[in-house]
Design a protein around this ligand. Structure first.
Ligand SMILES: Nc1nc2c(ncn2[C@@H]2O[C@H](COP(=O)(O)OP(=O)(O)OP(=O)(O)O)[C@@H](O)[C@H]2O)c(=O)[nH]1
Length: 906
């Protein structure tokens, strides 16, 4: 009998009704997934098996709907061998079926989560890779400066049992929050990796503070040193953010591996705790049907004793006592001492040497009945020391361990809950919500109903959830009524009351009513065992799978948020760089054209300038030289006696004039050069704007070393003949003919113009005509007169003759050295040289401008490629996260309340 059926509300709706084998009853009110028939396999079980048959099994790479069409994974088959059923029919078979169904559901959920973990690991690894190419933008954490108490709390989605239970059942992960992807906040700071890298002092990729609040797993803790958050945000390089995120991803991948290991782990640990002397060891022995653990009227168990199936120790029954401070590893004998089972009594009381012991025993009961070897899950029982003020915290901490799936609390029916017990149950209930409570030594109680009422009331206060399901979770039993084999002996399966060391007859009644009571006790205990098995199986799903589910949901939420924001940022970046590229291409074309034009314009301008200067110089010099004779140099003719000095002065004046002309031409060239430089500058400013360097041109630096060229090159010696220009004299004699006969004669007789000695020839010609006598008479005075006249005339015409003669000589001399052309070339070359510098600057500037635009185009194109890739990647990640999430969401770990699945609420 299980007296814990009431209250009505807590009773399972499947109570006495869910079997199509003739049992009457209403359909289950709860969403029961089970209707177990008495046949070998129920319809639902068939369906479930078929569903699982078509499951791809654990580790599939794609977590989507198609996976349901894949084959059964070996891992699932390998989970447990098909149990050998001993129960022929009825309750036994229903229990078997219930276990099967639990196992099927468990495997299905385990496989789904396993696949999701696999996909998630793949996705995270890809994310890590992507993060190196395109450092992800990360929402910054906006903390209050008022202190750590106001910081957003980091939700740990770790696999701790307590959290697993709570988050899975009370605080289910909230649906994935779409990140606030409005780019109001994101866009301004959004920039690509390369852009950010190039931009000096670029802000790190931290955006949208409010988003960070939503992160639970991939949260980057930016608290460092004494820096405030805002300072920190700006001090972090984007590479640092990427590295921090990479670290978080790495941690997450490791945690996912740990979760996968955990969900693959088929073992389950049941901690049996309770008050001193409540009968914990007796209860464990009853479960094992062997007197393994020492029982005593006085407290004796002082260390944690873990009972494991002998298969885990190579089939050898023995005790491994673990010394205090040692971490037990079965495969390392240095970590424990081996004892025989019979030594256990001495070990369990010796808490001065031993911290715990591992007891490997054989449980040869059938897989349907055995707790340790039940065909579904490897259960280890842990008998804890009785609770007292000192041990309550130790035991509570022990119970919190991840691997403890179920806590069974044994309370003495006579003593009810002691203060230590209350403290423990109350705290444990907060962690695990449901507890399995065994009210032991119920045989000692006369007013059983009152005892039940009182204890249930206490349970209601301490653990309301457990109270709600009390028919499944609170059992009133007498553990000592269960037949157990003495140490070293083994009872046969299914034996009830027939084993050696059988139940003591508490009331000494051997009659039919006494036997009836014994049977009742055994039945109650059997019910407890069935409930406990279900509870362990159900809790195993919750304790092993719920943390994985919770963690995945939180992680998916983070990944979805990160992927969404990064997708949107990549999109906006893509749009921006596409636009930039569109603007850049015509700019580049224009710049190329402008460069060509500027090049041509500059060349043309230089050529014009240079040839203008050349022509100007040549013309000016030519004019200067040819007009030299007519030029009045302002030099007074000092008379014949100083004629040589006069000639020298004249020569230098002429040379000076030419030099001045050259100087004027140079000055003109300077002006032309200044104009040319300005023109080039204007072109530069036109095409390069401020990018054109402001070259300062100093025209005075031109033609510095050419000043004395003329003096060195032109060396005209003044000769005697330079003073007399006979040709010129001849021309002029017309004007003076009337003044002297001899001259007239000479002009008449001479009849021809000769240079040099023409006058003398003329005189001789005249002598022939006049006859020798006359002539003889006239000749001497005539000659004298003529010569005197000629000399006088020549001397007086020096000021006219000398400039011409000198000018002619200079002209000839200058022509001989190609002076005009040489100077015109020199000056124009200097102009060309002077203009070359700004022209080169302009060319270099234009070239650089094109190169810069070209580089910008290449960078922008690269950026565009990166953004496009990032956009595609993050869009896919959002999709992938959504797909994984819907698969994880489908994993229903809540299922029916404890025991409902089995349809056993009796
Ligand atoms: N009448 C009765 N006595 C029981 C029952 N279960 C245990 N006992 C007795 O209670 C005493 C204590 O049992 P244990 O199993 O040693 O108790 P325990 O909780 O393991 O004790 P410690 O761990 O040492 O605190 C023993 O003498 C048992 O025979 C029961 O169901 N009915």
């Amino acid at each position: 009998m299980n007296p814990g059926k009431q209250p009505e509300s807590s009773r399972s709706p499947s109570e006495g009704s869910s079997f199509p084998d003739g049992h009457s009853g209403a359909p289950p009110a709860r969403p029961g997934y089970l209707t177990v028939g008495t046949g070998s396999t129920s319809e639902h079980a068939d369906r479930l098996a078929a569903l699982l048959d078509s499951d791809s099994g654990y580790g599939g790479s794609i977590a989507d709907g198609e996976s349901l069409n894949r084959g059964w994974h070996h891992g699932v088959e390998a989970d447990r061998p098909t149990p050998v059923h001993h129960a022929a029919a009825g309750d036994g078979e229903r229990r078997v079926m219930a276990s099967h169904i639990h196992q099927l559901y468990y495997n299905q959920n385990k496989n789904s989560l396993g696949r999701a973990i696999g996909s998630m690991v793949d996705a995270l690894k890809e994310f890590q890779k992507m993060n190196t190419i395109w450092p992800a933008h990360y929402p910054s954490v906006q903390r209050s400066d008022s202190g750590p108490s106001e910081r957003p709390t980091l939700q740990h989605a770790q696999t701790s049992l307590q959290h697993g239970f709570q988050s899975a059942f009370s605080d289910r992960p909230s649906p994935i929050r779409r990140a606030d992807t409005t780019l109001r906040d994101a866009s301004p700071s959004a920039e690509s990796s390369s852009a950010a890298a190039r931009r000096p002092g670029a802000e790190p990729r931290l955006v949208t503070p409010q988003l960070a609040q939503d992160f639970s797993i991939l949260k980057i803790d930016l608290k460092m040193g004494s820096l405030r958050q805002t300072e920190l945000v700006h001090s972090l390089e984007k590479s640092s953010v990427a590295a921090l995120l990479d670290g978080q991803i790495q941690k997450s991948v490791q945690h996912l591996f740990a979760l996968r290991e955990r969900i693959d782990d088929t073992s389950s640990k049941v901690l049996v705790t309770g008050d001193l002397n409540a009968g914990k060891s007796t209860f464990c022995n009853a479960l094992l049907r062997r007197k393994v653990l020492p029982e005593d009227q006085q407290p004796c168990t002082s260390i944690f004793c873990e009972v494991l199936d002998v298969r885990e120790n190579g089939g050898i029954e023995e005790v491994h006592a673990v010394p205090i401070g040692q971490k037990y590893r079965r495969d390392d004998e240095r970590t424990y001492r081996v004892f025989e089972l019979k030594d256990l009594e001495n070990i369990v009381i010796d808490n001065e040497h031993w911290a715990q012991c591992k007891i490997y025993i054989k449980d040869i009961r059938s897989v349907d009945e055995s707790l340790l070897n039940n065909g579904v899950v490897d259960i280890a029982l842990i008998d804890a020391p009785g609770l007292n003020k000192d041990s309550v915290i130790t035991t509570a901490n022990f119970a919190k361990q991840e691997e403890i799936d179920v806590v069974v609390f044994v309370v003495s029916a006579a003593n009810h809950f002691t203060e230590s017990a209350k403290e423990f149950v109350f705290n444990a209930a907060r962690e695990k919500s449901y507890m399995f409570i065994v009210v032991n030594a119920f045989d000692n109680i006369r007013d059983k109903n009152r005892c039940q009422d009182m204890i249930l009331k206490q349970v209601a206060k301490l653990s309301p959830a457990t109270f709600k399901e009390n028919s499944e979770l609170v059992h009133f039993v007498s553990s000592n009524a269960i037949p157990t084999a003495p140490p070293g002996h083994i009872v046969s399966s299914g034996g009830s009351g027939s084993a050696s060391g059988g139940p003591p007859d508490d009331d000494g009644d051997d009659g039919p009513s006494g036997k009836g009571k014994e049977k009742e006790k055994i039945r109650d205990f059997a019910e407890l065992e069935a409930s406990l098995r279900r509870f362990v199986l159900e809790k195993r799903a919750q304790s092993k799978l719920a943390p994985a589910k919770t963690y995945l949901m939180n992680l998916l939420s983070d990944v979805d948020s990160l992927a969404t924001i990064n997708r949107d940022i990549a999109r906006s970046e893509l749009d921006r760089v596409t636009q930039e590229l569109e603007d850049l291409l015509p700019q580049l074309e224009q710049s190329k054209k402008a460069t060509d034009n500027a090049d041509k314009d500059t060349d043309q301008a230089i050529e014009q300038n240079v040839s203008g200067v050349y022509t100007h110089t040549r013309d000016a010099l030519n004019t200067s030289v040819t007009r030299m004779a007519e030029t009045d140099f302002g030099i007074e003719y000092p008379g014949a006696l100083s004629a040589f000095q006069y000639a020298e002065d004249l020569k230098y004046a002429m040379l000076q004039t030419i030099a001045d002309t050259v100087g004027a031409c140079e000055e003109h060239a300077r002006q032309q050069t200044v104009a040319g430089v300005n023109m080039i500058k204007n072109l530069g400013v036109l095409h390069l704007g401020n990018g054109f360097p402001d070259v300062s041109f100093r025209p005075e630096n031109m033609f510095r070393r050419k000043r004395d060229m003329l003096a060195r090159q032109v060396d005209v010696e003044v000769e005697f003949s330079d003073f007399f220009d006979f040709a010129s004299l001849w021309e002029r004699q017309e004007k003076v003919a009337g003044t002297g006969m001899a001259l007239t004669v000479a002009s008449v007789v001479g009849g021809r113009l000769v240079g040099g000695m023409g006058w003398v020839d003329g005189a001789l010609g005249a002598a022939k005509i006049l006859g020798s006598n006359n002539l003889r008479r006239l000749i001497i005075p005539g000659i004298i007169a003529t010569v005197a006249l000629g000399v006088s005339y020549a001397i007086t015409s020096i000021p006219q003759s000398l400039p011409r003669r000198l000018s002619n000589k200079l002209y000839a001399q200058l022509a001989a050295i190609d002076y005009t052309h040489a100077n015109a070339s020199r000056i124009s070359s200097e102009v060309r040289r002077a203009l070359k510098y700004p022209a080169d600057n302009l060319r270099v500037g234009l070239k650089r401008n094109i190169e810069q635009l070209q580089t910008k185009k290449e960078d922008t194109s690269k950026l565009r490629g990166e953004s496009e890739m990032a956009h595609k990647y993050f869009s896919n990640l959002v999709q992938k996260a959504g797909m994984i999430r819907s698969n994880v969401e489908r994993v229903d770990l809540e299922g029916p309340a404890p025991g409902v699945a089995a349809g056993f609420d009796s």
